[in-house]
Design a protein around this ligand. Structure first.
Ligand code: DX5
Ligand code: ZN
Length: 225
């Protein structure tokens, strides 16, 4: 299934609820929620209270992207406040397997994430254990950057590794995704697309429609393929 996951990092926080409703009306079912700790990445974004508030008001699937050092410290907290999926960076912990197991024991989907400088083979030992691999296509930490083309090859590599094991993994790309390059990253093997600035800048419904059209070449909308 091809899924658009708008990243609320690019939202207008004064109108966050309103903008999320607009996404829902446009047929979006995933929300990408970036949590930054000021340590693993230089910036600080938002965390538990925001997710808790949103969880009370929407049924959307919360794809939480933890850019946090030692994410194992926070698995239960984010599961409790409403994450459906927890993505964490393999570079951020020595305890990748334990962290995956902790996410699973909370009944949530588990994803592992790699930064641009981390080779695809870093996720290989864990492919059987996770629901998703998130391949960053920019240096994590800020929205609005340009996609690094060399990261697209890693998407291809991860897809190949998964297929050779007979695994139907979700592969997400995140950073610098635009209407112009989305088809290319999907051809490389991504099926979940996080996009911030290109969804929230301008008219949200028009942007979503454009993305979905390009992501599902035969049919529009989510989950029809
Ligand atoms: C970057 C975040 C991304 C970011 C994407 O560290 O992980 O999710 O919000 O924003 P755009 O689509 O603007 O590159
Ligand atoms: Zn992200």
């Amino acid at each position: 299934m091809n899924i658009l996951a708008p990243s609320i990092l690019a939202a207008d926080f004064w109108r966050l609820g309103e903008q999320i409703r607009e996404l829902e009306k446009s047929g979006v079912i995933y929300l990408h929620i970036d949590v930054m700790d000021g340590l693993f990445v230089p910036s600080i974004s938002y965390g538990m209270p925001v997710i808790t508030s949103l969880r009370k008001r929407t049924q959307m699937f919360f794809d939480v992207h933890l850019m946090v050092q030692e994410p194992e410290r926070y698995v239960k907290t984010f599961a409790d406040c409403g994450a459906d999926m927890i993505n964490f960076h393999v570079e951020a912990t020595e305890r990748v397997e334990e962290t995956i197991a902790a996410i699973r024991s909370c009944g949530r989907k588990a994803g592992i994430t790699i930064k641009p400088a981390t080779p695809a083979r870093a996720v290989e030992p864990y492919l059987d254990l996770v629901d998703m691999v998130l391949v960053m296509t920019v240096e994590p930490g800020f929205g609005g950057q340009r996609l690094m083309p060399e990261c697209v090859d890693k998407v291809r590599e991860v897809r190949r590794m998964a297929e050779s094991r007979g695994l139907h993994l979700d592969i997400e790309v995140d950073g610098g995704i635009t209407a112009e390059n989305v088809a290319e990253v999907m051809r490389a093997g991504a099926n979940v697309v996080a996009a911030g600035s290109q969804v929230f800048q301008g008219n949200i419904s028009v942007n979503v429609k454009d993305f979905m059209h390009r992501m599902n070449d035969r049919e529009e909308g989510q989950g029809k393929r």
